[in-house]
Design a protein around this ligand. Structure first.
Ligand code: AMP
Length: 216
């Protein structure tokens, strides 16, 4: 059985960026289930589900648990023995219990931490690929090689609707009230939780060390 690793933290804390730095060149070895990307794909394809998702994500709210639980649990169960990263799930205690009820026990949770002001600044600086979701920045941290174009798939880089300041503030509030308590569910279930201060220079190395140790 492969490992199941939950990446946890405020929206905009930098989990997606750290993950893509870790995966560079070895994307095929792992399976990444990013609920944000799944949701954005439905929205950009304007599916019925996508239109429903948009009405929540545009204002910083979470989409209903039942829909997202079904999608994620099916995706995990069809992954065979792959190592899986869960990025953006679970985000409510009901989602965490749905995982455990489906007998899916993460091997570890890696919690990233930064202050709210850092999240707000990062949202101002962030652009993402419209097609594959890869994040970039308009500052020097992670500029695309060619302005406005994704290095990975040549997709167009856009500003996310939910990166608007008032929406980010709402998302931080939702994180505090609905998502943070997920850690208690995992703690009670005896799942190991690592915390990385994601402003420190060594945070990528720390992330890699934890993963190499788990995946060896
Ligand atoms: P993200 O890119 O992970 O920040 O997700 C973008 C948006 O998708 C969120 O603001 C939510 O509206 C929605 N979303 C992503 N993951 C979940 C989840 N696990 N449960 C509910 N809504 C989610």
């Amino acid at each position: 059985m492969g490992s199941k690793i939950v990446l946890f933290g405020k929206p905009g804390v930098g989990k997606g960026t750290r993950l893509s730095q870790f995966l560079e060149g070895r994307e095929n070895e792992f399976r990444v289930i990013s609920t944000g990307n799944l949701i954005r794909k439905e929205i950009s394809e304007k599916t019925e589900l996508g239109l429903k998702f948009k009405s929540y994500s545009d204002v910083g709210l979470l989409v209903p648990d039942e829909i997202i639980n079904q999608i994620v649990i099916n995706a995990i169960n069809s992954s065979g023995s792959d190592d899986i990263f869960l990025d953006g799930f679970p985000r409510t205690t009901a989602q965490a219990y749905a995982l455990l009820d489906a007998d899916i026990y993460p091997d570890m949770v890696i919690e990233f931490f930064v202050d709210d002001e850092v999240v707000l600044q990062r949202a101002r600086d962030r652009i993402v690929c419209k097609d594959c979701g890869e994040p970039y920045t308009t500052n020097d941290f992670k500029r695309p090689k060619k302005d406005g174009v994704c290095d990975k798939c040549d997709g167009k880089l856009i500003k996310r609707d939910d990166d608007k300041e008032e929406v980010v503030k709402e998302r931080l509030e939702v994180y505090r009230n609905e998502t943070y308590p997920v850690l208690d569910v995992f703690k009670e279930a005896g799942i190991k939780i690592y915390t990385i201060d994601n402003i420190q220079k060594d945070s990528l190395q720390k992330f890699k060390d934890i993963l190499e140790n788990q995946l060896k």
